[in-house]
Design a protein around this ligand. Structure first.
Ligand code: ADP
Ligand code: PMV
Ligand code: MG
Length: 384
């Protein structure tokens, strides 16, 4: 039997980075997915991983995985467990043996996360796992979280830890307690990729919709506003782990100043969630709220610049959208990656086309995505 899991990416509407330090963020799922298919095999004694987006395939014999992880005894764990540094070193040995290309070495932590989640959840069962994504990898749209959530979901679906109705046809969601387990395992994977994740990305990918997140606690936000964002991918590569570490270093150099900035970001997140929960009584009220959200995005972006996570390419998108009187902010870790531009309901298609054309002339790629859909889902294929 084969199981397929799909988990959405996300945009952070307000509060990235601050959320790592215990301040509030507001995030929403988007309808772009990472899809993981998992097939257990009785005909082979290998674990195969095919990463379609980055063009890498791996194949380990079950015996070799057992040998390298022998210090763990039986790695299977029914409760989410962190991967120790010693184990990461062992996993690195398994990855190095597959001659990982030097130019793609930044992607290796994703393979360590796979090996950790796989062996912890399924032990040493032979299988083929295929990953493909609609999300740009490493661009601020939470591809790492969608990867960890979809992997955890597929693995748990075929484990003894959750009992699912495998006869269901089409996509189905997990029960709340099962989704919580998926989320916790995904967080362990994110730790391997990010170093110090807040947990907002895996939570919104698991549970979907719009959420508020503070100090590891998620609250669902009932959004009553029709939000439309243009997403611009600057295509400037960046690494969340390094950006998060830089912000922490700046915080330890300037604790008071950084504390004030992070508090200001939290106030912006709180106002964001209040505004999007309010019911627009008429068009005038809606426009006024859209204007407020635009201002909050400008303020949030200014504060993100002050903590050192903007980039010339991001500033270019801001200036370009400003010419059309539109507000923008980076989303995710920054340093390149994606920028959000708020598209108010009254905006004409002509203005959007001009903006997209101008941004395209810099080599940036613009797209839009549905905001606030469902979280992780799974589907069983009985034909195989
Ligand atoms: N589809 C994918 N295939 C392989 N690895 C992935 C995939 N999606 C995410 N990853 C892993 O996540 C990392 C990118 O995560 P990160 O830097 O947090 O950026 P973001 O989460 O914003 O896309 C990659 O280096 C890789 O290890
Ligand atoms: C910067 C941060 O707030 C968001 C990172 O998002 P992304 O990996 O860039 O999509 C980090 C976190 O919350 O774990
Ligand atoms: Mg990430």
């Amino acid at each position: 039997m084969e199981v397929t899991a799909r988990a959405p990416g996300k945009i952070i509407l307000a509060g990235e980075h601050a959320v790592v330090h215990g301040y509030t963020a507001v995030a929403s799922s988007i309808d772009l997915y990472t899809v993981v298919s998992l097939r257990l095999r009785s005909d082979e004694d290998t674990v195969k991983l095919k990463l379609n987006d980055i063009g890498l395939d791996f194949s380990w014999s079950v015996g070799r995985i057992k040998e390298v992880l022998s210090h763990l005894g039986s790695p299977f764990s029914s409760t989410p467990t962190s991967c120790s540094l010693e184990t990461i070193k062992s996993l690195a040995t398994l990855v190095d043996e597959q001659s990982f290309p030097e130019t793609k070495i930044g992607l290796a932590s994703g393979v360590y996360a796979f090996l950790w989640l796989y062996t912890s959840i399924l032990g040493f069962k032979p299988a083929t796992v295929t990953v493909s994504s609609e999300l740009p990898v490493g661009a601020g749209l939470g591809s790492s979280a969608a990867y960890c959530v979809s992997l955890s979901a597929a693995l748990l679906a075929l484990s003894d830890s959750v009992k699912l109705d495998v006869s269901q046809k089409g996509w189905s969601t997990f029960k709340e307690t099962e989704a919580e387990l998926v989320n916790k395992w995904a967080f362990e994977g994110e730790k391997i990729i990010h170093g110090r994740p807040s947990g907002v990305d895996n939570s919104v990918s698991t549970f979907g919709n719009v959420i508020k997140f503070k100090s590891g606690v998620m609250t669902r936000v009932d959004s009553n506003m029709p939000l439309k964002m243009l997403i611009t991918n600057t295509k400037v590569g960046r690494d969340t782990k390094a950006l998060v570490a830089n912000v922490s270093a700046r915080k330890s150099r300037h604790p008071d100043a950084m504390c004030s900035v992070l508090n200001a970001i939290e106030a912006i997140s709180d106002e964001w969630s209040t505004i999007i929960q309010s019911h627009a009584v008429d068009d005038l009220y809606l426009s006024a709220n859209e204007e407020k959200l635009g201002e909050l995005m400008e303020m949030n972006q200014g504060l993100l610049l002050s903590i050192g996570v903007s980039h010339a390419s991001i500033e270019n998108v801001l200036q370009t959208s400003m010419k059309y009187k539109l507000a923008s902010k980076l989303t995710g870790a920054g340093g390149g990656g994606c920028v959000l531009t708020l598209l108010p309901t009254h905006i004409s298609g002509e203005v959007i086309n001009k903006l997209v054309e101008e941004l395209g002339s810099f080599g940036f790629q613009c797209f839009s995505a549905g905001i606030g859909g469902k979280g992780v889902q799974i589907s069983f294929d009985h034909s195989s």
